[in-house]
Design a protein around this ligand. Structure first.
Ligand code: F3S
Length: 60
């Protein structure tokens, strides 16, 4: 499994980082999220996917 953020869709709301800081963090500019741990199996990853208003997070 690999967690992916659609960079174009992400609008930087930070919900994923707040929901699941083990798997997500903001980039250096603080305007987009990046995947910190693409292999994370934390339950909060699914919560972050649901929390993202841009539906920018997916797992493959
Ligand atoms: Fe971006 Fe969605 Fe996270 S908009 S900052 S991927 S909650």
């Amino acid at each position: 499994m690999s967690i992916v953020i659609d960079d174009d869709a992400c609008m930087g709301c930070e919900a994923c980082v707040e929901t699941c800081p083990d798997a997500f963090e903001m980039n250096g500019d603080g305007d987009k999220a990046v995947v910190k741990d693409a292999d994370s199996d934390a339950e909060c990853v699914d919560e972050a996917i649901d929390a993202c208003p841009a539906e920018a997070i997916s797992k493959s």
